[in-house]
Design a protein around this ligand. Structure first.
Ligand code: FAD
Length: 461
């Protein structure tokens, strides 16, 4: 528990009103998944890197555990803070500092929300390609710390590939500034990668230089109905090559998911009958709407003629495109099935069908009435499974986790494709990492955070 003396020293650093305690902490939600009330002993809100550094120096001296918080949209309890831990929230560090249109790149503080970055890039005639359903709340520091994926990874890569430079504060307050605004820099170890995807366990991300892309001048979107799993990789292959590298999303929804998000109380209505086993959202970003649309429709015609697509709707306007994507983004509908367990696994596409069949069979054997929604960024080898078995007790969770995770190692799969490990998957990390990899992770943690005060217990112990 932070002493009153430490809290008052933190207050002296961050200014009045920026060390919250009591009701000001407990009245805050713990995030999108748990929606409980926050238990931390205090929330500290530094306004700049110098203040983050001073806060960490004081906490390091006191051996005080610190949990970094961004927008709290994380899905693996990475931001869980116990009652003796301090939350360091980046919410006041929300300034877009600079857009360099020649590079092109953007310098931002860690607390800027993704949508604000997208809009600022857009206003400059550029694009920040990272996109996901939590765009209105997730902050860039959180997105970097979880190496978030999202809807356009197939074309632009994960967050890691969009970060040119980074500034982070270590557990003892040392500021590591790797704010280089260039793609190429092989001058020694590329230190920014220590912090990207390490979920706040190795340092606090304070600023970043983000890579921007030319703004696409065309967008083509379709919803495709598919009758057999085997058709999906063939459709992906054809669209990848026929669209000349412009394919930017290939999202697959299994039937149960599609029905959930197109049936009231969901807002969207089915644009294709709800009877097909699979639905694909294909999206291409290009440079000439007329030509690209013609090429897109020709590619769809080809897969239909080949018998790979059973039915198809092509968006003819921005509103129609939005309606197609709104279906995929409406993950709030899972809350109809509370309690549910969410998973985010990866594996080569060729293994997905048998994997899902096995998981379903094992669930049916234990819980005949279970509900299992499968969907995901299939083009990236990433499946999401959201499972409701009736009870949310720890034993049910453990058994469901065993079912979901046990078929991964033999398929070269991973327990997390994009959400990270946090607290939730820590016990399962050894299923997809070797003992040597885990030991190297522990060595890095000890070197950067010898007192173990940064996001304790997350990812690895
Ligand atoms: C509706 C919805 C859709 C989503 N879709 C996707 C998706 O498609 N792809 C995907 O990858 N994820 C997705 N997510 C998960 C989530 O949006 C990402 O994990 C996101 O990166 C978290 O950002 P945040 O600011 O909310 O971070 P938080 O939830 O606040 O924190 C996440 C983790 O990062 C750490 N952290 C936060 N800020 C910092 C910082 N500045 N420095 C160091 N550590 C920090 C925290 O301690 C925690 O461990 C989705 C979530 C929701 C709710």
């Amino acid at each position: 528990m932070a002493t009153p003396e430490l809290l008052s020293r933190l207050q002296a650093v961050t200014g009045p009103g920026n060390v919250l305690t009591g009701d000001d902490v407990q009245s805050r939600s713990t995030g999108w998944i748990s929606r409980g009330s926050m238990q931390a002993c205090a929330i500290v809100r530094p306004r700049n890197t110098e203040e983050v550094s001073a806060v960490m120096r004081l906490c390091h001296e006191a051996g005080q555990p610190v949990v970094p918080h961004g927008g709290l949209t994380g899905l693996v309890e990475g931001g869980h803070a116990a009652s003796d831990e301090i939350v360091l929230s980046l919410e006041l560090m929300n300034r877009i500092e600079e857009v360099d249109e020649s590079a092109p790149c953007m310098t931002v503080q860690a607390g800027v929300v993704l949508q604000a970055i997208q809009q600022r890039a857009d206003a400059a005639g550029l694009m920040f390609p990272l996109d996901l359903g939590a765009r209105g709340s997730a902050m860039i520091g959180g997105l970097i710390s979880t190496n978030a994926g999202g809807n356009r990874v197939i074309r632009y890569g994960m967050t890691r590939s969009l970060v040119l430079g980074l500034e982070a504060v270590l557990a003892d307050g040392t500021v590591i500034s790797s704010l280089y605004p260039v793609i190429k820099n092989n001058s020694g170890y590329d230190l920014k990668h220590l912090f990207i995807g390490s979920e706040g366990t190795l340092g606090i991300v304070t600023r970043a230089i983000l890579r921007l892309m030319p703004q696409p001048r065309s967008q083509c979107t379709a919803l495709i109905a598919v009758t057999e799993f085997a058709h999906l990789p063939r459709i992906l292959r054809h669209l990848s090559s026929a669209l000349g590298g412009t394919l930017s999303a290939f999202e697959v929804m299994w039937n149960e998911f599609y029905r959930l998000v197109t049936t009231p109380p969901a807002k969207q209505r089915p644009q294709l009958p709800q009877t097909y086993p699979f639905y694909v959202i294909a999206d291409a970003l290009g440079s000439d709407q007329q030509q690209d649309q013609a090429r897109f429709e020709a590619a769809l015609e080809h897969i239909t003629d080949e018998g790979l697509a059973a039915d198809c709707v092509v968006a003819m306007s921005a509103a129609e495109r939005q309606a197609i994507w709104a279906v995929r983004d409406d993950v709030d509908q899972f809350h109809q099935f509370r309690p549910w367990f969410g998973f985010d696994v990866s594996m080569p596409i060729r293994h997905m069908e048998t994997y899902v069949t096995e998981v379903r069979a094992a669930l049916t054997a234990l819980w005949p009435q279970h509900v299992c929604f499968v969907f995901g960024h299939m083009g990236d080898g990433n499946l999401h499974l959201n499972i409701h078995v009736g009870s949310g007790d720890p034993e049910s969770r453990r058994r469901v986790e065993e079912i979901v995770y046990s078929g991964l190692a033999s398929r070269q799969g991973a327990v997390s494709a994009e959400h990270g490990i946090g607290l939730e998957k820590r016990a399962y990390l050894p299923l997809c990492r070797t003992e040597q990899e885990l030991e190297l992770m522990r060595t890095m943690k000890r070197a950067l955070d010898p007192k173990g005060i940064l996001n304790p217990g997350k990812v690895i112990t």
